[in-house]
Design a protein. Structure first.
Length: 659
């Protein structure tokens, strides 16, 4: 969209107006990925707000920006689904938005949290340009959502539960709970405030080695702790070196990406172009420019591929002249004036100008090295310090203890912070309180031991720790070692009153925390849910349902997920319905928009892609894992469900039983 707004701002303005008009046609509901004028609701976040704001920043002004701002702010404050017509009868523009506005993050969903932060930054920037200071301030605070899921105890942005406890253990290479990526890739998704993120990480000395390791592989996919430049989440990350004072590493890295990932053949475009995202990345980088900050029009620079580039545009031409050869920038002149900045102001993107590069085979390490020459970073609404635990959750036996460390990081000035644990009955924290002194941008840590008395009931407990103006928490799973309960981690537990998609088997299958009975099924007798006849049988099934209910309620974790479910096994187990086999696929769209909803006892399939494939005679079972257990320790349930055909209304439903 930035490239389009740069080249044809009138077309960009028309698209922005269409986005607004389309949203108004369905009650001010903004889509995430429209296709042929239809709302699809796929993927994650609320991206149109950042798109509209960016169009305006690049000079696309021919749309009703004031009306769009009012509408975007209203939609961003709304919670819950809306009926916008078939097939999206319950479309939720921002799943988990109630928790996001209340707690600053979507529980157990870093992808949505970071995406909402970027969208809110876009709203804040448009509000600022239009003179709406109150809205700008409100959404700048929301734009710093990354702070709520940054854990100083581990140095990572990571999943955080609804009770404030960070999920442990945390594996940054795991794609679990992320949208088409993992923790290592989403960690850098703070494009509007890299300086704030880098301060939280300990400054450039800590950041640069991590970036170097991250880029050791360029397109590692979603299951390794390296870059995934075949997908959008990672696309701006090569330019992050500019905020560390080492833009020469961006120059070499971008040339490496151009040469290794983009080829002049039928298969030469890395990844899915996704409406032009990959292609536009290459065009921008080949020009030696990149729009790294959504909602803004500053351009970061890298080494141009061509000796001369002319961009003919209505707001003023851009001319790029590059002498010499090599991947590095030896010098840069902007409109005739020498500069050591590795970025250009918004006025250049909107008004045009001339760039004269001198390229070379060795880096100029002084270019962009002065902290005063760093690109802008927008820290309005940032907290003075952040707090977390090295081990935010874990199992503990009655009479046992869990050791962890409280970590507090300053994001600016020096501070003295007092902290105090407020444990529930039967839990002791040692030490229970203290004071930590923080240098400017520094970190302080305190080892603590959390002990549980022998008579504490088994289940999940939350231990809040008040740290100055913040609250950090540790979640304890009180259980006997070697039992299935020992492995419970709240995965997959959702809330029927805020139906997003939770997480079980890493793909969004959500057992409802409300347990049996909520959807009309009860142990020992048949019931009907969403047209499916079910029968929950046996005391063991009842106990499992009750156990799940405890985890869902006490855990406090609501998870926002987008992927359709992947059932245990190969992800293509069959659910029989009236003799028709329905195959559930791991996909990121909604084939046919069909859904299976709330298959109680606590089983929910949300945003599911369902295809009818052939016809069969016998109901085929689908195997579902018990929520909250890793696969190796999870008991199995076998569910056979059917819809009665004509003349079969009185037929006995199939039975849910332990497998």
């Amino acid at each position: 969209m930035q490239l389009l707004a740069l080249l044809a701002p009138d077309v960009g303005a028309d698209i922005a107006q269409s986005m607004y008009d389309n949203a108004q046609a369905v009650g001010n509901v903004w889509d995430r990925w429209s296709h042929q004028t239809a709302v699809t609701g796929v993927m994650v976040g609320d991206p149109y707000h950042a798109i509209v704001s960016t169009m305006y920043a690049f000079g696309a002004r021919g749309f009703d920006a004031k009306a769009a701002l009012r509408a975007m702010a209203e939609a961003a404050r709304r919670t819950g689904p809306r009926d916008i017509g078939h097939p999206l009868l319950g479309y939720d523009e921002r799943p988990g938005n109630a928790a996001f506005m209340r707690e600053g993050h979507v529980p157990n969903d870093p992808s949505a949290t970071l995406e909402y932060g970027v969208a809110d930054f876009g709203i804040a920037q448009l509000a600022s340009r239009l003179g709406d200071r109150a809205t700008a301030a409100e959404f700048m605070r929301r734009a710093q959502a990354w702070q709520h899921i940054y854990n100083p105890g581990t140095g990572w942005i990571q999943p955080r539960q609804g009770d404030g406890a960070f999920t442990s253990p945390f594996d940054p290479a795991s794609p679990d709970v992320y949208m088409e990526g993992n923790g290592a890739q989403y960690h850098w998704m703070v494009p509007h405030n890299p300086a704030g993120l880098f301060t939280a990480m300990g400054g450039p000395r800590e950041v640069v080695p991590r970036l170097d390791t991250y880029f050791a592989k360029l397109n590692a996919g979603p299951a390794e702790a390296h870059a995934y430049l075949g997908n959008e989440v990672a696309l701006p990350s090569p330019w992050l070196y500019a905020w560390t004072g080492q833009p020469y590493k961006t120059q070499a890295l971008v040339r490496r990406v151009q040469q290794e990932l983009f080829k002049p053949g039928p298969d030469g475009l890395v990844g899915n172009d996704d409406l032009g995202a990959m292609g536009s990345w290459y065009v921008w980088s080949a020009m030696g420019l990149f729009p790294a900050i959504p909602g803004r029009a500053e351009l970061l620079v890298n080494t141009p591929l061509f000796e001369r580039i002319t961009i003919d545009r209505p707001g003023g031409d851009i001319v790029v002249d590059a002498r010499g050869a090599g991947p590095y920038i030896r010098s840069l002149r902007v409109n005739g004036a020498a500069t050591d900045r590795a970025w250009l102001p918004e006025s250049f993107a909107t008004g045009g100008g001339r760039l004269d590069f001198v390229r070379g085979t060795s880096p100029d390490r002084d270019f962009g090295a002065d902290p005063e020459d760093a690109p802008p970073s927008f820290g309005g609404g940032t907290k003075p310090y952040l707090a977390g635990f090295s081990r935010g959750s874990g199992p503990v036996e009655p009479g046992g203890a869990l050791a962890t460390e409280l970590a507090v990081r300053s994001l600016g000035q020096a501070a003295t912070v007092t902290w105090e644990a407020r444990p529930p009955a039967g839990v002791t924290v040692s030490p229970a309180r203290g004071t930590l002194s923080l240098a400017a941008g520094g970190q302080a840590r305190q080892a603590v031991e959390i002990s549980v008395s022998g008579d504490v009931p088994r289940g999940v407990l939350t231990v809040p720790v008040v740290v100055g103006e913040l609250t950090a928490s540790v979640r304890l799973n009180v259980a006997a070692r070697g039992t299935p309960e020992w492995h419970h981690n709240n995965a997959g537990i959702g809330d029927a009153d805020a139906p997003g998609e939770a997480n079980i088997d890493g793909a969004g299958l959500q057992p409802l925390g409300a347990g049996p009975g909520r959807g009309g099924t009860h142990p020992g007798r048949p019931g009907q849910v969403a047209g499916l006849h079910l029968h929950l049988a046996g005391q063991e099934a009842r106990r499992m349902g009750q156990r799940s209910h405890r985890r869902g309620t006490a855990g406090g974790g609501r998870a926002g997920r987008r992927h359709p479910p992947v059932l245990p096994g190969n992800g293509r187990e069959r659910l029989a319905g009236g003799g028709r086999h329905r195959h559930l696929h791991r996909r990121h769209d909604q084939l046919g928009q069909a859904r299976l909803q709330r298959l109680d006892p606590g089983l929910r399939v949300g945003r599911t892609a369902v295809r009818q494939r052939g016809r069969g005679q016998d109901p085929a079972p689908v195997v579902l894992g018990l929520m909250g257990l890793p696969a190796r320790a999870r008991p199995r349930l076998r569910l056979a469900a059917h819809r009665p055909g004509p003349g079969q209304e009185g037929a006995e439903p199939d039975v849910l039983h332990p497998a």
